[in-house]
Design a protein around this ligand. Sequence first.
Ligand code: IYR
Length: 223
Amino acid sequence: MSEQHLPLTDFIEYPQDEMIKRAEDNYQHVKRRHSIRKFSDRAVPREIIEQCILAAGTAPNGANHQPWHFVAINNPDVKSQIREQAEAIEQAFYGGRGGEEWLDNLKPLGTNANKPYLEHAPWLIAVFTKKRSEDNGEQKQNYYVHESVGIATGFLLQALHNAGLGTLTHTPKPMSFLSKVCGRDNDNERPYMLIVAGYPAEDATVPAHALEKKSLEEICDFL
Ligand code: IYR
């Protein structure tokens, strides 16, 4: 493809005081995103999920090959298959497979092998990485696949939160069952993460431990 550039016309410049306000407001907004594990079964329109996945698809990525695929699941039968298989894996994990240190580190979160939210939440979004992408029937190599899909998943979580939905990242280990359930069991794609999205249940809680965030000094140096 030949190199063609277009003028940047959609960048918005704000006065500096407004930039500070926007940065602060965004921090206040994103810090209200919490991983929740009790979801309401209230329906969420598909259009909201579509817009959030479109937002995820704008993430910066290697050579713009967009090495991701999303499977948005609302079907109760598919959700119950996912719950059943995820719980079997988590039973092995919590039964000892996770190892003593990991299981100890999870205690403050109060998580266990029961995952009712995989059925209760209206939407599960399975995120897949792709080693190669197709371009006019041609296979092309993808680059920085994990970095790219990680950023896209971050965009997706932010979009879902911004739309007013509760979210949870779920990574049962191993996750290969998701490939089969989602019909993407091939040599090219691997499950990366499962995102749960919906309204929080009325009695949803946040573990106190999860609210302890490192200070700016701890996470950042300015040189
Ligand atoms: N996948 C398990 C265990 C788990 C692991 C981490 I690291 C967490 O931050 C939370 C849970 C589960 O979902 O219970």
